[in-house]
Design a protein around this ligand. Sequence first.
Ligand code: FCB
Length: 486
Amino acid sequence: MASLAGSRKPDGAAAPGDGVCRPTRHNARMPDHPATELPPSFLWGAATAAYQIEGAATLHGKGRSIWDEFTRRPGAVANGDTGDVACDHVRRMRDDVELMAGLGLNAYRFSVAWSRVLPRGIGQVNVRGLDVYDRLVDLLLERDIRPFLTLYHWDLPQALQERGGWGSADAPKWFAEYAAAVATRLGDRVRDWTTLNEPQVFAFAGHLAGNHAPGLTDWGLALRVAHHALLAHRVGADALRAIVRAPRVGIALDLHDCHSLRSLPDDEGAAVRMDGSQNRWFLDPLFGRGYPQDLVAAYGSLLPRGAVDAMHRYHGRLDFLGVNYYNPWRVESSSELPLRAALVEPVVPERTAMGWEVRPTGLRHVLERLAREYGATALYVTENGAAYDDEADPSGFVDDEDRRRYLDRHLAEAARAVRSGVPLEGYFAWSLLDNFEWAEGYDKRFGLVRVDFPTQTRTVKASGAWYRDLIAAWRRRIVAADPLGM
Ligand code: FCB
């Protein structure tokens, strides 16, 4: 049982779930925060992913995933960390849902581990694996927290990797089978489904840069993986729609505002190409426009045969688009093919512990662009947050003013976007808990709630208390505007 420490905290970071909203030193500013004016239907959430928090790596016949494999590779992950235990969330699920309720969340984004449901990726369904999510969904619904389920957050069953993984032409079919298995069990209670998390990252970090599982380094393979991911999104969405009554199906993309380093035509061209490979390569097909021509020309023979034609006939049929936004990108021209563009890290006023530039207006620009250029009709910020070098006091409390400010300013920009007409329907902070940050292991902490890994103690940070108070202020405003809730 997690000890939910925190009620003695100096600025009122109350114990989660204790129902008390103590004043914090930020409360005075709260009524003026533009986010308190977000509409009554707005969703306030936090996000996590299975491999990053669950632990229980072999419980009830769970199969291995590519991350179980990759973390064993010497040097692949900082300190040799693995997700074997992570936040031990599977065992502490009830406490963690109480933690969410204590923060006042009305939505929670989590992912399902494919190899818990289908240990070999396809074939025999593992009922006890599905039980884990059945229970989670029930606990969330009991607390009026809307489940936002992501089917794939990077942990492909290792058995499928051994058959070619996302590079195999069968991958979309495998994904549809998995989607159907989850939908059959949870479709009576889960309405909001995200097929894939950040296909750009798992295609390119996993198959070109090689710093994520499965650790491969091949341009042609990365483009094939990205192509199969788009196809999988669509057949997975079709499978969900065939089983779930009136589902809302989306995908989560990591979008970066791309800027040229200098106002030179070469750098500006490079920024356009970087935007093409990072953003438009996924957005254009999902919105029914096929692959962007300029990038098709740049990639040339690296593209899988028939891919361009296949995307001409493709549409993502999104009920919503999830936006993961962390930072803008600065780009300069380079001689390296095929993109002839490189990311650079000039000196900027602020960076997080990940080295990522802090630029809250970038979030608004991304959201406004989606509404303006793509006609997006429903958006969620499915991830936004920051790692900082937290220092806990002896009681475990973290006074993370840097993270609080990061969230404060990004939420203000999100609220401004809504004011300017952007159809943003919710915001999910990354992350509920400190967790396993992929190649960075446990070194980088993103949580609203601190996790002391040796004891698994959870303690709400100052940023978490601030988020809780902001949500409470938004609620008060809604009640004041419409006391009868009509
Ligand atoms: C995103 C991932 C998420 C987390 C954050 C920091 O790219 O989707 O799992 O690692 O970055």
